[in-house]
Design a binder for this molecule. Structure first.
Ligand SMILES: Nc1nc2c(c(=O)[nH]1)N[C@H]1C(S)=C(S)[C@@H](COP(=O)(O)O)O[C@H]1N2
Ligand SMILES: [Mo]
Length: 217
């Protein structure tokens, strides 16, 4: 994790938001069942860039993804190995904890279910830690990581995923707040018990369901 002034200031600001309950509306139950826009969110048309301020520059040829921890078959994937996995295009919405949502993103990549089939999680594996090349971490329950619409994406709206948005490859878990969707994915670690990631240690919710407004812990 970088420790330059900008980063620590951002982290302190967001910690303060978590303490204050910033953006919490408390009207989670007022949202219709099946409502597309979660409570307390507003729609945007552009796609904001949010990260800790360090954007790793990794060419596809140098990119590698480690899949390890509680798996039968640990994998170290290079670009060719990743491209050889079943490819899919999935349309989903983004919901950021800072209250913006963006509908209808066409993601191109590999479903997490296909990735998990390749590594075969052990029976004891119940949580996942996602590690970015920038040192970022975020934790998700394995059941959420393995959701049918969860993916490792390398394309957005028909073009390669930009470096600013986490290219060459990022995670997208559309049914959770977007901080769970690790950019510049480097390592996927399967765990037998929950461990907290970067924002989760700093006051964000361990799961982050937007419809339940699980913004903070
Ligand atoms: N590797 C990494 N992934 C990350 C982050 C980060 O700082 N580093 N920030 C998270 C947060 S807080 C958000 S809101 C989204 C933002 O993704 P975007 O910049 O593509 O909108 O990325 C998430 N994934
Ligand atoms: Mo965020």
């Amino acid at each position: 994790m970088t420790d330059d002034e900008g980063t620590s200031k951002l982290t302190r600001t967001k910690q303060a938001w978590a303490r204050e309950g910033r953006f919490l509306t408390g009207d989670a139950r007022a949202a219709d069942d099946g409502a597309r826009l979660p409570p307390g969110q507003h729609l945007v048309r552009d796609w904001p860039v949010l990260d800790l301020g360090r954007q790793p520059d990794i060419a596809r040829e140098r990119w590698r993804l480690e899949l390890d921890g509680l798996v039968e078959r640990p994998l170290s994937l290079d670009w060719a190995g990743f491209a050889a996995l079943p490819q899919a295009v999935v349309r989903s919405d983004i919901h950021c904890v800072t209250s913006w949502s963006r509908f209808d993103n066409d993601w191109q990549g590999v479903r997490t279910t296909d990735l998990l089939e390749a590594v075969r999680p052990r029976a004891e594996a119940v949580h996942v830690m996602l590690h970015g090349f920038d040192g970022y971490t975020t934790n998700v329950p394995l059941a959420d990581f393995a959701a049918p619409e969860a993916m490792l994406v390398h394309g957005w709206q028909g073009a390669p995923l930009s470096r600013a948005h986490g290219g060459p490859v990022r995670v997208v878990i559309p049914h959770l707040y977007f901080w769970k969707s690790a950019k510049w994915i480097a390592r996927i670690e399967l765990l037998g018990a929950e461990r907290l990631g970067f924002w989760e240690v700093n006051g964000y919710h361990a799961r982050g369901d937007p419809w339940a407004e699980q913004r903070y812990s």
